[in-house]
Design a protein around this ligand. Structure first.
Ligand SMILES: [Zn+2]
Length: 227
């Protein structure tokens, strides 16, 4: 990771291409002393950092409107495998927020480049993924068009008051090991990303996330990133 240049992209790529230290023990908090904390009108103000995890009864980091224990927690704990691409997008977004590298690693496609090629390198990869999203503040993820193998979403994240949000059309495969039942569990294979600044208004606010529109935009935009 880290091969991508430009505003936000170096942060964005590990965010959703990859993901338990400091595991969940306390409530999320808005960073104190930040510009966002001083200015309630700042959009960054609503972003949360999850340095101490989140309780089951607290809002899920993906901002689904459901408590963590009834949203992404069952996926993170291994109790269930997300049945749809959109559900896996949410679970991975929340895993980045919580620094859950084990989950992020486990949900990578078998041939994803962020998987370790040597068994002894697995722990290092998981640690990288655990750190990948720790500098960010999380405002939630909005899922748009999705199919059996794709999901288009807007991931809302801020870094030191800077908007690092992006839209991504992710692709997914089914695990080959039979995990997750018939057809295997969904795994993240890769995606096409555009920074929020490159999006038209309807997409930049999470509405109008349509696959065809996104692909047409990505085909012409110099900021497009493929992972
Ligand atoms: Zn969630």
């Amino acid at each position: 990771m880290g091969s991508l240049e430009g505003v936000g992209v170096a942060v964005l790529y590990p965010l959703f291409a990859l993901d338990a230290e400091g595991r969940r023990s306390a409530r999320p908090r808005v960073a104190r002393g930040s510009a966002a904390a001083r200015n309630p009108a700042s959009p960054a103000c609503a972003g949360l950092v999850y340095t101490r995890g989140v309780k089951n009864s607290e809002p899920c980091p993906c901002r689904s409107g459901h408590p963590y224990g009834a949203c992404c927690r069952p996926a993170h704990s291994g109790a269930v495998a997300p049945a749809t691409c959109g559900a896996l997008v949410r679970a991975r977004y929340s895993a980045f927020a919580l620094g859950d590298g084990e989950y992020l690693y486990a949900t990578l496609a078998h041939d994803h480049p962020d998987r370790a090629t040597e068994p002894e390198a697995v722990d290092a990869r998981i640690a990288e993924l655990s750190r990948a999203g720790r500098a960010l503040k999380y405002m939630g993820v909005v899922v748009g068009d999705e199919t059996e193998t794709e999901a288009l979403f807007l991931a809302k994240v801020f870094e030191r008051g800077q908007d690092r949000s992006f839209a991504e059309l992710s692709t997914f495969t089914r695990a080959l090991d039979g995990e997750g039942g018939v057809g295997g569990a969904l795994r993240y294979a890769g995606g096409t990303l555009l920074p929020r600044a490159a999006l038209p208004r309807g997409m930049a606010d999470g509405a109008g996330l349509r696959r065809d529109d996104f692909l047409a935009l990505a085909a012409t935009h110099k900021d497009t990133v493929r992972s």
